[in-house]
Unconditional design. Structure first.
Ligand SMILES: [Zn+2]
Length: 323
């Protein structure tokens, strides 16, 4: 599926990922980088599955430049942008097929542009590692607190206790517990024997320096602790993460079209009934907004970044503190 891809090749190898989906008008080269240095842990770092989640792609491209074979023990595969057709057009999803890549796993080797990339990741890359680190961000639509979560299964060499340790090693302020979805990258990989960590943070349609730094430091801390990198981050990070559950009830959805005004800051701790946001009408004679109140106590983890929201879209969600 990608000529010349040899995950066992010693040292550092960089190939053009877009060779998997040839013939897309104007698409520029993008990269998959494999770094091997003897025996050790095997990790995939993957970003840009949603094309407009750019903090992840910035950090992973830096790491492709910086990390040399002597910095690695085992194997590190870095894919800064697994969805080049979306990313290079400034979009969350690929314009060729309009699919959300993070709902296309395990993919189709002979399918659409997005499905072919998913199949490459699932069928060819996943078997080369024990741990997938899938790096997301808020993108154009949301602002998100820095948080990590993860999944494993009986098929993986990393059990639940080890996964908890990996999540802690990130030094992030929040660890989220959410039900896995098999059609996502991080949900599909444990079913294929590869435990996963998913990262969130940043967003809001613009890169913020501090969010890039948090993401980069977390990855460096986590990969050093896991043993695949010999150097880590300079900052120690949070010594104790806040653990939160996110279930369906934590999501506050728009019941009609309108204009979003958040009434609490991202990361705020709220009680049941607190006013989270108001949705102002975008038409008609009345200016009366609809109030969105917290369905339970928790921390505001994610907020809609755009003015306008459509019926059924997420306004914000909270995480319920774990006892
Ligand atoms: Zn995403």
């Amino acid at each position: 599926m990608l000529d010349g891809f040899n995950p066992d090749a010693p040292g550092k190898t960089i190939l053009d990922l877009t060779a998997i989906t040839p013939g897309i008008d104007g698409l520029q080269e993008d990269v998959i980088c494999t770094i091997n240095n003897g025996e050790g842990p095997r990790v995939i770092l993957c970003g840009g599955i949603h094309g407009d989640e750019y903090e992840a792609q910035i950090v992973l491209r830096q790491l492709v430049n910086e990390i040399q074979p002597q910095d690695v023990r085992g194997r590190l595969i870095i894919i800064p942008t697994i969805n080049p057709s979306a990313s290079q057009r400034g979009q969350r999803i690929s314009p060729e097929d309009g699919q959300n890549m993070n709902r296309t796993f395990p993919g189709k080797a002979e399918g659409s542009v997005t499905e072919r990339m998913s199949a490459f990741l699932h069928d060819v890359v996943f078997p080369q590692a024990d741990l997938l680190v899938d790096v997301h961000a808020g993108g154009g639509d949301y602002n998100v607190v820095p948080m990590v979560f993860g999944f494993t299964s009986d098929k993986c060499s990393i059990d639940n206790a080890a996964l908890e340790g990996i999540l802690d090693s990130w030094g992030y302020p929040y660890i989220e517990y959410v039900e896995g979805i098999a059609s996502t990258s991080a949900g599909a990989s444990p079913l294929a024997g590869v435990a996963s960590v998913e990262i969130e943070g940043g967003g809001g349609g613009a890169v913020r320096t501090e969010e890039v730094a948090i993401m980069r430091d977390g990855i460096l801390r986590g990969l050093k602790a896991y043993g695949v990198l010999t150097k880590g981050a300079e900052s120690p990070g949070n010594s104790t993460a806040i653990r939160v559950d996110v279930r369906k009830d934590n999501n506050h959805m728009a019941e009609g079209d309108g204009i979003v005004e958040h009434r609490v800051p991202l990361g705020a701790e709220v009680a049941t009934g607190d006013l989270l946001a108001v949705i102002h009408p975008a038409h008609g004679r009345t200016g009366t907004p609809v109030e969105i109140r917290a369905k339970g106590p928790g921390i505001v983890l994610r907020q809609r970044a755009r003015f306008f929201i459509r019926k059924g879209e997420l306004i914000c969600n909270t995480g319920t503190l774990r006892a």
